[in-house]
Ligand binder design. Structure first.
Ligand SMILES: *Cc1c(COP(=O)(O)O)cnc(C)c1O
Length: 460
């Protein structure tokens, strides 16, 4: 086959000649299916109850677009639908419209954040959006950051940096501290970093799910008596089960006294700290050494969208930079693949940039405030004679019926979740301190008060 006949055989790639007509047709057709799915979500419910999705695998011959489109349709119609107003289970809100475009643009450009020469404008964009976040958070001119594919990776980037900065890269006595309500992914980070389970030390939480300062001090003192070397303390800004906020102000002062790296896991609530929304406990975030912010979790920037902001970008560079011997760099631009664990990286910053530009600070605050309002409305109207409530200042609430033992509530929560799903309400059932709870996350902009009333009728 000549190269010409290969080129004419099919529309495999966009071309520099011609109108790319068939790509346009495909994009329009895809957009129509997705938009129809959004419109259909009311009758479909949050998740398909009886999935009839059949997985296909590549065959000897390629398939036609028509075949693929019927499979795409089946894939879409058997998906979780975050747009449905009853989707209240997790930190997975509907996609912000403009950020869908961002993903499309990133795919079309197919640039690579690994190297400046592979993403000249987007590398600058990522740098400047991270700088914007740094300033909003109150960090100094030395600050900066890097995007990563999710909060786990942003936290891992921070942990590796903190350990490196402490000079404890290979020291088996290196430990770090989290609260007992911190995210489960820290156990994964611990394994990846080549540490044992007991290198991850859990500090007690108080009755509100916040890190207990007395236990923190005790734990730190105990570590030093035992010859353990603390490379970081992690404060959670928004815990998974109830959205609690560790006492950041006190922890930051304590870390400063003891000269310990403070990382804030703001995967859930970090985005609030760039706004003027008054939230109890969000104060002096800029005294931390680093913070993870996940705009995918509440703003609706499409997955994945996560940033690590550090108070001194040079420390991040020193940790991860190896040089990129195969990338030419006549102008001495810094290659952003050298700021974290990931090498090749998609232009996820585009959808974040577009989302933030489109919303502006007012729109950002509106989305965030509305989430909290929905939680408060639910909390104020859930029957407190019937339930114990567990909530913080954010948009997450867990609850359990009063007076049940573990076995009773474990089976009650299971039945309740199943029955609610049949009524098109999807809430979650987190296992927390050896007991199942029900949890609602109110980050869904499509959920109105009347939807919440319908949910309350099924619970009260
Ligand atoms: C979700 C979450 C993470 C992990 O983020 P991913 O984007 O899922 O990797 C870490 N910490 C907290 C508090 C979270 O809620």
């Amino acid at each position: 086959m000549t190269s010409d006949s290969i080129n004419n055989q099919n529309n495999l790639f966009p071309t520099s000649s011609g109108s790319n007509e068939s790509l346009l047709i495909l994009l329009n057709r895809t957009s129509e299916i997705i938009c129809k799915w959004f419109s259909d979500s009311d009758k479909l419910g949050p998740i398909p109850i009886d999935s009839n999705f059949v997985c296909s695998v590549p065959g000897e011959q390629g398939k036609s677009f028509d075949v693929l489109f019927s499979e795409i349709e089946s894939l879409i119609y058997n998906s979780f639908n975050p747009v449905h107003p009853g989707s209240l289970a997790h930190l997975d809100p509907p996609p912000l419209i403009i950020s869908i475009l961002g993903d499309l643009i990133a795919a079309g450009l197919n640039n690579n954040l690994l190297a400046h020469e592979l993403s000249p404008s987007i590398s600058l964009l990522e740098e400047s959006i991270c700088k914007w976040f740094s300033i909003k958070l109150g960090f100094s001119d030395l600050a900066g950051g890097v995007a990563a594919s999710g909060g786990t990776l942003s936290n891992l980037n921070a942990l590796v940096t903190a350990r490196n900065y402490a000079g404890l890269e290979t020291n088996p006595k290196a430990v770090y501290l989290i609260s007992e309500d911190a995210h489960s992914s820290f156990e994964k980070c611990t394994r990846i970093m080549g540490l044992e389970k007991n290198n991850l030390i859990k500090v007690k939480t108080d009755k509100n799910g916040c890190m207990d300062m007395i236990d923190l001090k005790k734990t730190v003192d105990k570590c030093s008596i035992e010859g353990k070397r603390i490379f970081a303390i992690i404060a959670t800004l928004g815990t998974t089960v109830r959205g609690a906020i560790d006492p950041i102000d006190k922890i930051s002062k304590f870390c400063n006294e003891r000269n310990i790296w403070l990382h804030i896991d703001g995967s859930i609530g970090g985005i609030f700290s760039i706004t003027n929304i008054p939230i109890n406990g969000i104060i002096n975030v800029h005294l931390a050494n680093s913070i993870t912010i996940n705009p995918q979790k509440i703003l609706g920037i499409t997955k994945t969208s996560s940033l690590l902001i550090v108070s001194n970008i040079e420390i991040l560079k020193n940790t991860f930079s190896t040089g990129l011997p195969y990338v030419s760099n006549e102008n001495n631009f810094f290659n952003r693949g050298e700021l974290g664990i990931q090498g090749s990286r998609p232009a996820e910053i585009i959808k974040l940039w577009l989302g933030l530009r489109f919303l502006g600070m007012r729109g950002i605050e509106d989305v965030l405030n509305s989430s909290i309002k929905r939680r408060i409305f639910f909390e104020n109207n859930l029957d407190t004679y019937k339930y114990d409530l567990y909530s913080g200042p954010l948009h997450i609430i867990s609850f359990l019926p009063k007076g049940m033992n573990k076995n009773e509530s474990d089976s009650w929560t299971l039945n309740k979740r199943t029955n609610l799903l049949k009524k098109n309400f999807m809430i979650s059932r987190p296992l927390f301190k050896n007991r199942y709870y029900l949890r609602a996350v109110f980050g869904n902009y499509n959920t109105s008060e009347s939807h919440i009333n319908d949910l309350l009728k099924l619970l009260n």
